[in-house]
Design a protein around this ligand. Structure first.
Ligand SMILES: [Zn+2]
Ligand SMILES: [Zn+2]
Length: 146
């Protein structure tokens, strides 16, 4: 199994050197706002497994602008503005959104469940057979900081 996923833009390359530790379809409103998609395929990696060749070219902004002190930052290219990754200030995880961060989404494993779905959504609960949770899967364990 290939454990190499490459994303990024013409200026900053992002590379994953291991399999994701969590891989889900995200229904949260923050992802929706950032990607413009009703749902978003999101892959979490251990922090040290997702690397960037030119971190000095990344701009950082709060992922959730309504919660600017939250742990996740959206990293974008300072030259072209492309979204590159989400970085955890606590250095536990880094996050890829394959289809908006320059990856070949088809190379990723299929998401295993639906996250952050709740009854307030104005569309039906997914019925594709995958588990649906109102948060991350209950057995998800945040890794230790790198
Ligand atoms: Zn989300
Ligand atoms: Zn760029």
């Amino acid at each position: 199994m290939s454990s190499s996923y490459k994303g990024g833009c013409d200026h900053v390359q992002v590379k994953a050197t291991a399999e994701p530790i969590d891989n889900h379809v995200c229904h949260c409103n923050v992802c929706k706002g950032v990607t413009g998609q009703q749902t978003t395929h999101v892959a979490f990696f251990n922090h040290s497994d997702l690397t960037v060749d030119h971190p000095e070219k990344m701009n950082r902004q709060p992922f959730n602008k309504d919660n600017p002190s939250g742990p996740l930052e959206l990293c974008t290219c300072s030259e072209c503005g492309a979204a590159l990754m989400l970085d955890d200030k606590q250095k536990r995880i880094r996050v890829a959104v394959p289809n908006v961060m320059g990856y070949d989404d088809a190379k990723f494993p299929d998401p295993t469940y639906h996250a952050f779905y709740d009854a307030s959504k104005d569309y039906p609960k997914p019925s594709d057979g995958r588990a649906v949770y109102e948060g991350l899967r209950p057995d998800f364990v945040w890794p230790e900081p790198a």
